[in-house]
Structure formats: C-alpha cells, structure tokens
Write a protein that binds this ligand. Structure first.
Ligand SMILES: C[S@@+](CC[C@H](N)C(=O)[O-])C[C@H]1O[C@@H](n2cnc3c(N)ncnc32)[C@H](O)[C@@H]1O
Length: 406
C-alpha cells in the first residue's frame, strides 16, 4: 500500500498508541499501522487509548483524542484545573504542567527553525508576569452564542457551543459570570474586553463595533478601538516592547519602519530613542487602528501613521531606505514578497514578532537564502494552557568581507 492508501479507520474507533513528539498546532504525533495520528490531550512518552474523530489530508492522517491514559510516567501530566478542558476548544494543554508546556512550546519553535535554517536552534520559553499559574490572563474573550441564547466556548474543530459557567483563563476584571448568566438571543457572539481604566466593555455580534478600551504599556496610555488588535495577556505589551527594543537598539536620528503596526505599540515605543531628528513610519490596514495610532502618538513629531496594506504600501516605495524594519504580521507571516521589499530598504536590522513558529521558520529560511542571519531569538509564553507562543527574532545581513555589522 502506498503512503496515501491506508485502510479507512472509521470515526469512533478506539486505538492504543504510544505518543510521540509534539507537532506544530499542539497535537502530538503517534502512529497506527504506519498511519500518522495527531493526538489531542496526550503527552510525548505516554501510552494511551484514543478515539479517532476525523481523517485529514485526503485520508493520509487521522485526528484522535485521548480517552484513557494507560501509561504515563514523569511526562508532566497534571489534572486539568478547568472542568471544561476536554470539551472546549480554547485550551490545548490544561493537562500539562506549566513547566512542561513551555518545554513543548520550545520544542515546536526549535524544531521548526532548526529545520528551516539547517542548524541547531535552542530557545527557552520565558514566563511573563501577569497570570496566576497560567490562569486569569485573558483580557479579551470572544464567546459564541448557542441556539438557547447562552454564551459559551466553541468545541474543538466544531460549531458546537459548550455552555460554561466560567472560564479560568479569563481575567477577573472581565466578570464573566455575569455575561454567562445572561441570554444573548439574536447574537452570534459576545466579546468582553477589560478596560484599563477600570471595568469592562461588552459588545454583541452582529451589532455596532465595541467601544474603545484603554491600556497602559511601555509608560504610555493607549486607546484601542473595539475589535482592534492588542495582546490579550496583561504582561505581553511591556515584554514585547522590551524584547523588540533589545533587538533593534535604536539610535538617535534613525529611521524605523513599523509594519503591521496596530495602534502603534511597537513603533511608538521606539520613537523616543530615535529622537526628534529620527523618523518612525507606521503602516496598518485597519482604519480604526490607524485613527487610534494617530491619537496615541500625536505628541511624537517624528511619527507618521499610514493607512494601507503593507505589500502595496511598500510597492509604492514611498521610502527608499530605512535603518530598522519591525514586522508583526498576522499568523500567515510576512511572506517572500514583503520580505524582499524590506531587504531592498537596506536596513541594518529586521525585527520580526511572530505568533506562528511555522510562518516564522518559512520567513527565516527566505531571509537566510537572501544572506540574512538570525542573530537574536526569544520566545514568550503569552498564551498559557494553549499551544500558542510568541517569538521575537532579530535578523541582520551576514557581514560582507571587510564590512561590519556593528
Ligand atoms: C499581530 S497585529 C500587531 C499589532 C501591533 N504591532 C501590536 O503589537 O499591537 C497585526 C496587525 O496587522 C494588521 N494587518 C494585517 N494584515 C495587514 C496588511 N496586509 N497590511 C497592513 N496591516 C495589516 C492588523 O490589522 C493588525 O493590527
């Protein structure tokens, strides 16, 4: 039988398998008669009974959930703090100790980047301040509304709404119990946001865009439009600004380009260091975010905020050179064309903030092929209990013969 011709395994089949390495996406890899299974709720090294729940890749692989742990020794298994952990699709790793979660995340980053760059990369995943043992960190939560009007969380890979009484990941200021006890008939979603000035904001979908919320980070106050991007972990913004500043080491008079700028957190926080003789250009495609960035950074004469899609903005080549490019793209990454345009600006450093290690690895490979080396890498646990991870990577041109990178 070829690799694509496995005998079909019906949904519901129970299999006993040894769990292997963690894969991108938070599942672990196991095998059944040669066929790959992506296993949820297991841990590398365990022997488990799984229930097959779907096939993927045109039948090349199966997805399965652990129904019973048959053997588990020193692998970091704990009992999940949340009673909904197995059904709700929000958390991947409640059954894993926090220390082991971070090791698994590091393995995902290291293996993606090592493969992409052809050399060994070893990052450790750093804890950030602002959560309590991995709980209580979500300052924004999007709830789905079921047919009965109750708000809850979606099941894994499904539209089924799991009714909940609380979400342990929610920040206490969200006061979720109140939202969850109400009925939201006529809405498909309810979004709850902590407002840094005290209290919280609740908006319904469909419905008008939620009101602005306020945040404090990097010594400044920030306005964030409803549905606009802001890191949800309360420690994230400060930690990312510090990590980006460390990679960029901005200097007086320099020109910084902040792509995918949101409400201006990264570029705005670097602006003081380039001074009034420097310049910071921010590019963002969300109109409300652009307006908020303009308000947030109105006191910094060196900052210009541009509304536009990064690719077309760069294609117009409104700027010919930059000393520094900061990139913070969505999960799909920046991609070859955008990176080529960044390289054409001849910056001394590209600082890449990445929420998807696979996309970062693809882009790092392209940069390496273009003669750029990864010289700095940090990874932060901004999403405890989930498989998600945030990286900050620094790239610089490989030193030309007789040249200098300093
Ligand atoms: C991950 S967020 C980063 C925001 C900001 N750097 C921060 O730290 O708060 C990505 C941002 O890129 C914007 N965006 C997504 N695709 C874009 C594109 N093609 N061109 C410009 N902006 C884009 C989104 O609206 C979002 O605000």
């Amino acid at each position: 039988m070829g690799s694509n011709e496995f005998a079909p395994v019906p949904v519901g089949t129970l299999l006993d398998v040894r769990v292997g390495d963690v894969a991108h996406g938070g599942h672990c890899v196991a095998r059944h008669e040669g066929q790959v299974l992506f296993v949820r709720h297991g841990l590398p090294g365990e022997f488990v009974r799984v229930r097959v729940n779907s096939a993927g890749g045109g039948g090349r692989f199966l997805r399965a959930d652990v129904v019973e742990v048959l053997e588990s020794e020193d692998v970091g298994r704990v009992s999940a703090p949340c009673e909904y952990a197995k059904r709700c699709g929000g958390c991947d790793w409640q059954h894993v100790s926090l220390a082991r979660q971070r090791e698994l995340k590091a393995e995902v980053v290291n293996s993606a980047l090592s493969r992409a760059l052809g050399r060994s990369i070893e990052v450790t995943v750093e804890q950030v301040p602002g959560d309590s043992l991995g709980l209580g960190w979500r300052t924004r939560i999007q709830l789905a509304v079921g047919a009965d009007g109750r708000a809850g969380l979606s099941a894994q890979r499904s539209h089924e709404v799991i009714p909940i009484d609380d979400c342990l990941l929610g920040h206490p200021d969200l006061q979720l119990a109140k939202v969850l006890s109400q009925r939201w008939a006529g809405s498909s979603q309810v979004v709850v946001d902590v407002d840094g000035r005290g209290g919280r904001e609740v908006s319904k979908v469909p419905g008008p865009r939620g009101p602005d919320v306020h945040r404090t980070a990097a010594g400044r106050d920030w306005v964030v439009p409803g549905a606009g991007f802001w890191q949800v972990h309360p420690g994230a913004a400060d930690v990312l600004v510090a990590a980006v500043t460390e990679v960029v080491t901005p200097k007086i008079g320099e020109h910084i380009l902040d792509l995918y700028a949101g409400v201006g957190l990264l570029g705005g926080s670097l602006a003081g260091a380039v001074g009034a003789t420097g310049r910071v250009d921010l590019v963002e495609s969300g109109r409300a975010a652009v307006r908020a960035a303009g308000t947030n950074l109105a006191d910094l004469s060196q900052v210009r905020v541009h509304y536009g899609e990064v690719g077309s903005w760069l294609a117009q080549r409104r700027i010919k050179r930059a000393d520094v490019v900061v990139l913070d793209p969505p999960r799909s990454g920046a991609g070859t064309q955008i990176l080529a345009k960044c390289i054409a600006l001849a910056p001394r450093v590209i600082c890449y903030v990445a929420c998807d290690p696979a996309a970062l690895a693809r882009d790092a490979k392209m940069l390496a092929e273009a003669g750029w080396e990864l010289f700095a890498l940090r990874a932060f646990d901004l999403f405890p209990m989930t498989q998600h991870i945030e990286c900050v990577a620094g790239f610089r041109p490989v030193q030309a013969p007789g040249g200098s990178n300093s």
